[in-house]
Design a binder for this molecule. Structure first.
Ligand SMILES: Nc1ncnc2c1ncn2[C@@H]1O[C@H](COP(=O)(O)OP(=O)(O)OP(=O)(O)O)[C@@H](O)[C@H]1O
Length: 266
């Protein structure tokens, strides 16, 4: 894990910067059914926010709404302080989709998949030196550099997942959005990925991620937003303090809230 990208990230100063994500009163429907029913979600610059909740509670839909993949029927969304309709700087975002939706069976090499993470940063055409360094660095970070020439079809599920994480890292994003990034990844590699994510966070990256189990990522989480039936049920800090600013649905006292334990919310 030695290669470094040649370009610095050119981040703006993050003190006092508008939040990476500001979703307010978001409503959305899928298949004619309301799926998000007034979700408020803020990810401050440099913050790591976990979305938790039972199957079908709206976690993936929330992050897909943040990415513009699910249109809002109500409420507002701002990314880095820019109303969504005017937001164009997609290179500031990296996205790791839910594994089942990402396994499309496309014939591509590991290098090609990870290089796709550079698309928002460059014109079409051959990879430049910076792109190649970023691809190599991202693969180093997930421990997959040795498989760079392999077809992704030849990877196991967990290895494929690590390549998808590398694709998001290759974008050198200021906001990483990940849908169950550790699904199918073995414990040893979960620890390694948690370490990678910790370095991203230390470098100032904001992170929004869907998790079923906090696992080795637990120490990184600043706030956990628990969804239920398309609404925020509660918001918890690691020390179980509530963030009322982000919890418009009536938070219970912290001592009454059940402790967030691995696997208990699903
Ligand atoms: N394409 C779709 N058409 C219709 N309904 C959908 C569609 N996608 C999701 N839904 C519904 O929206 C609701 C929220 O789904 P979502 O995928 O956001 O849940 P989730 O919290 O991410 O669940 P999981 O933990 O199972 O990934 C569910 O009831 C689901 O059935």
């Amino acid at each position: 894990m030695t290669t470094k990208p040649t370009a610095d990230r050119e981040r703006p100063a993050i003190a006092d910067a508008p939040p990476a994500v500001a979703l307010r009163g978001a409503t959305a429907s899928l298949g004619g059914r309301p799926v998000l029913r007034g979700v408020d979600l803020t990810v401050a610059r440099g913050e790591t926010v976990a979305l938790l909740g039972a199957n079908g509670s709206g976690k993936s839909t929330t992050i897909r709404a943040v990415l513009g993949q699910v249109p809002l029927t109500g409420g507002t969304l701002e990314l880095f302080g820019t109303p969504f309709a005017r937001f164009r700087r997609w290179q500031r975002l990296g996205y790791v989709p839910q594994r089942s939706t990402a396994a499309a069976g496309v014939p591509a090499t590991v290098r090609e998949v990870v290089a796709a993470g550079r698309l928002a940063r460059r014109r079409f055409g051959p990879l430049g030196r910076e792109d190649k360094a970023a691809v190599r660095h991202a693969l180093d970070q997930v421990g997959m550099a040795e498989r760079i020439k392999d077809p992704v079809d030849a990877l196991s599920g967990g290895q494929h997942q690590r390549v998808l994480i590398a694709r998001a890292l290759a974008a050198e994003p200021e906001l990483l959005i990940m849908d169950e990034p550790l699904a199918g990844v073995d414990v040893g590699n979960q620890e390694a990925l948690a370490d990678t994510l910790r370095r991203q966070v230390e470098a100032g990256t904001s992170v929004l991620l869907v998790l079923h189990e906090l696992g080795p990522l637990a120490p990184l989480i600043d706030r956990a937003v628990v969804l239920r039936d398309g609404q925020v049920e509660r918001v918890e800090n690691p020390d179980r303090l509530h963030d009322l600013a982000c919890h418009p649905h009536g938070a219970e006292p912290a001592e009454a809230a059940p402790k967030i334990e691995t696997g208990l919310l699903t």
